[in-house]
Design a protein around this ligand. Structure first.
Ligand code: SF4
Ligand code: MG
Length: 254
């Protein structure tokens, strides 16, 4: 762990509870670095999370005010904090199941309202902490504990979902593309609007094991080849886009 991170963390709770190879520890470090790059005052920032592995990123690890709330309700609690004290920076960190299944309505209405919150969704494409159940982000055909013959439905495209609900700052990157991820997080934290960042973060324990990803290196290599800059993605033919996911920032005006 970098010494520069020490003052930002509650060192007495380390090491993190994350499994070997989990992406959430990388996201934890990226968010601390983005907070400092954005020059946000930690004493005027509240981190809010729901329930799940990703919800443990700020709470208990960050040396800051944190609200570890109920399943699916992180954005609702964050809305309350912001309305009570608009001067605070309010940052939500939670998982794909928490934010886009149980908490899906809170997410889309926060985007529609354009309240100045930052929502960071650690997307591991499965329910991790509860044992590997199917999520709205599970890709078609993938195995989970509750889709043993393969997911039959199409997954949500989270960035499209938030953009469609009115989100004006929307970004996607992976824990593999760390410098781009830190930049996306920094820009989201300083956006003058609701901002949403989807972060692909692998869960080798459930998603990897059930979908027989041979090694952790393969997992990260697959992510590198599938998640490509949106400028590059836009130049591909329909056929070439199969299996690829665009990354980067989408900004819109209201
Ligand atoms: Fe990470 Fe998955 Fe382990 Fe949770 S279960 S800590 S998401 S690898
Ligand atoms: Mg998940």
């Amino acid at each position: 762990m970098s010494r520069a991170l020490y003052p930002r963390l509650r060192l007495n709770v380390f090491p993190t509870p994350y499994c070997a190879g989990c992406g959430h520890g990388i996201l934890l470090g990226a968010l601390v670095r983005a907070m400092d790059a954005a020059e946000l005052d930690w004493s005027k920032t509240v981190f809010v999370s729901g329930i799940g592995c990703a919800a443990w990123i700020p709470s208990p690890h960050f040396n800051a005010d944190t609200l570890h709330t109920t399943h699916g309700r992180a954005v609702a609690f964050a809305t309350g904090v912001k309305l009570a004290n608009p001067a605070l920076n309010v940052v939500v960190v939670s998982g794909d199941g928490d934010l886009t299944a149980i908490g899906g309505n809170h997410l889309i209405h926060a985007a529609r309202r354009n309240l100045r919150l930052t929502v960071i969704c650690a997307n591991n494409r499965i329910y991790g902490m509860t044992g590997g159940q199917v999520a709205p982000t599970t890709p078609t055909g993938c195995i989970t504990q509750t889709s043993p013959w393969g997911m039959e439905e199409a997954p949500f495209d989270l960035c499209e979902l938030v953009r469609g609900a009115g989100g004006t700052f929307v970004a996607r990157n992976t824990v593999f593309q760390i410098h781009k991820l830190i930049k996306n997080l920094t820009d989201a934290l300083t956006a003058d609007s609701f901002s949403f960042v989807e972060v692909l973060s692998p869960c080798p324990t459930h998603f990897g094991k059930l979908n027989k990803t041979p090694t952790l290196g393969d997992f990260y290599r697959d992510m590198k080849s599938a998640y490509i800059d949106r400028q590059r993605f836009d130049k591909l033919s329909e056929e070439e886009r199969l299996g690829k996911v665009p990354t980067g920032v989408w900004r819109a005006k209201r």
